[in-house]
Design a protein around this ligand. Structure first.
Ligand code: ARG
Length: 529
């Protein structure tokens, strides 16, 4: 709708205006006329009054001057048309064509360790952004930048050998335990030696490392399945190993030697290390290689990195170095930096020490979701609890802007009331049930006043989707879904819906948009709840 409005206003005001959403009671859209007033050398108020009468589009029911602004109210006809388009297009509504390509890196856990809640945020936000861009027609390449390389894996292999552990029996828990043991009495020197064997491709070290990757991936896959997340490519840090000598050579032109190491210096940031004094490469070197690789293979217009904010400096160094080397070119690189995630004190015991693991959060979510399910006879109770529990965790993450810290309060996350995943799922199912009981409805001529208020929320879908993509902010879409659900529920409580064609259409439109928005927010609908 916003685009249609923009086009109409352009006809009268030219292209120099900013479209806004006015406060409640002042129409649906608004724009100031300050530029035009300046051009004409008159007061904005006078100009607003004058030009308001120049709008004749059937898109508007009212065009009213208000100080230096003009307020626009969308007409019933236009709203009806929008609703028809939603019910006709169904899940296709809002889809676009676009030839652009986005590489979105997300999740990226480290092998041999359980995923933490930071990876949970990354996984959910990244997956949501991927779905949003796809809906807008982009080709999206999702990348899981697995942390599978570095001296710590030398330590792990050394410890496996030392304790005589059978590497084919490894689990993530066991590998974590081995790290702990290493840090108690392990020999750093030995650890480095094993990593260098790994780097040289020595067979036994390589085989053990392979099994570590496999055991870790097996565990991660379980989590992805539970979260219904599919990442197109797993390209771990180790993948770049044989490109590193090349990238180091290339980077020599921007690097300096310092105490035997090779570093890249910046005017406004601390230096980044390209080669350590012992000749080994770093996390930074591998990231630089990854930029180059992704550029060459995917030819993207946009590269997003969904990683915690604590890595902001590192990402700025990588982006800057890529720019200095000319490997960034036209591509926009952006770090979607997420804030911290924690649990409100006392709401969940962190049994195993201070770190909160992703799996524990999901288990707790399922446990609580189970208590929410009222229908005792429901057969697929466990599966419904998974969809509702994970849905609640996902929505609870996505409704908050990625930059902000989250303090999870289970009572607000897993509830049927207020701005929560279960509330939205419940509302969508409510629509579905009304539709199944109401039979088919035919043509509808008019929309009643009460229908209009719901459709006015629906008409915001496309603009919210656009804004969510442009600002890498799924929370904008989450806010849309919540406003629509709230508006529909108010309508549902006050009016009899079945038997009224307009209201049935509103119900169908609501269902379609809630389901689509939830899908873009990675949340599915349970069959019942
Ligand atoms: N594996 C890292 C971690 O768990 C995140 C990787 C981030 N991505 C990157 N391109 N550096 O902290």
């Amino acid at each position: 709708m916003r685009e249609k409005v923009r086009l109409e206003i352009e006809k009268v005001l030219g292209s120099n205006f900013k479209l806004e959403t006015p406060p409640e009671g002042f129409g649906d859209y608004a724009c100031g006329v300050f530029h035009l007033a300046k051009e004409r050398g008159r007061s904005p108020k006078e100009v607003a009054e004058e030009v308001s009468s120049e709008f004749f589009s059937s898109l508007f029911e009212k065009v009213e001057p208000c100080g230096g602004f003009i307020n626009f109210t969308i007409s019933k006809e236009a709203l009806k048309e929008e609703l028809l388009s939603i019910t006709e297009k169904g899940g296709e509504y809002g889809k676009k064509e676009d030839r652009r390509v986005a590489v979105i890196e997300y999740s990226s856990p480290n092998i041999a360790r359980r995923m933490g809640v930071g990876h949970l945020r990354s996984t959910i936000i990244g997956e949501s952004l991927a779905r949003i861009y796809r809906h807008l027609g982009w080709r999206v390449e999702g990348v899981n930048h697995l942390g599978d390389w570095g001296t710590q894996f030398g330590k792990l292999i050394y410890q496996i050998k030392k304790e005589g552990v059978d590497p084919s029996s490894l689990t993530i828990e066991k590998m974590e335990e081995l790290y702990v043991n290493f840090h108690k009495d392990g020999d750093e020197e030995e650890g480095r030696k094993y990593f260098s064997m790994l780097e040289k491709g020595e067979r036994e070290a390589r085989e053990i490392w392979d099994l570590c990757v496999k055991a870790s991936m097996k565990e991660f896959e379980k989590t992805y399945k539970e979260l219904e997340v599919e990442i197109d490519h797993v390209i771990g840090e180790s993948f770049y190993e044989n490109m590193l000598p090349g990238i180091v050579e290339e980077a020599r032109k921007i690097a300096t030697e310092s105490e035997g190491a090779l570093i890249v210096e910046f005017d406004d940031m601390p230096p980044a290390m390209l080669l350590k004094s012992d000749g080994s490469t770093t996390y930074f070197t591998r990231d630089l290689a990854a930029v180059k690789y992704r550029k060459e293979v995917f030819k993207p217009h946009l590269m997003l990195y969904e990683i915690g904010a604590e890595q902001s400096l590192h990402m700025r160094q990588v982006f800057r170095a890529a720019e200095m080397l000319g490997i960034k070119e036209e591509t926009e690189l952006f770090h979607v930096a997420h804030g911290m995630f924690s649990l409100k004190e006392g709401k969940m015991s962190t049994r195993k020490g201070r770190v909160v693991h992703l799996r524990d959060v999901l288990e707790e979510a399922k446990r609580r979701a189970l208590l929410l399910i009222k229908d005792e006879s429901l057969k697929e109770k466990e599966e419904v609890a998974r969809i509702v529990g994970t849905g609640a965790v996902k929505y609870g993450n996505l409704k908050v802007h990625h930059k902000r810290n989250i303090v999870f309060d289970w009572d607000e996350v897993i509830t049927l009331k207020g701005d929560s995943g279960p509330y939205l799922q419940y509302t969508a199912l409510r629509c579905k049930s009304v539709l199944s009981k109401g039979g088919s409805y035919g043509e509808f001529d008019d929309l009643n006043e009460e229908d209009l208020s719901v459709v006015r929320e629906m008409m915001r879908f496309k603009e919210c989707l656009q804004d969510a993509a442009e600002n890498f902010s799924p929370n904008i879409l989450a806010a849309f879904a919540y406003r629509l659900a709230r508006s529909y529920n108010l309508f549902y409580e006050n009016y009899k819906i079945t038997g009224n064609n307009g209201r049935m259409a509103v119900t169908e439109g609501t269902f379609i948009l809630l389901q689509t928005a939830l899908h873009l927010l990675t949340v599915s609908l349970p069959p019942k709840m």
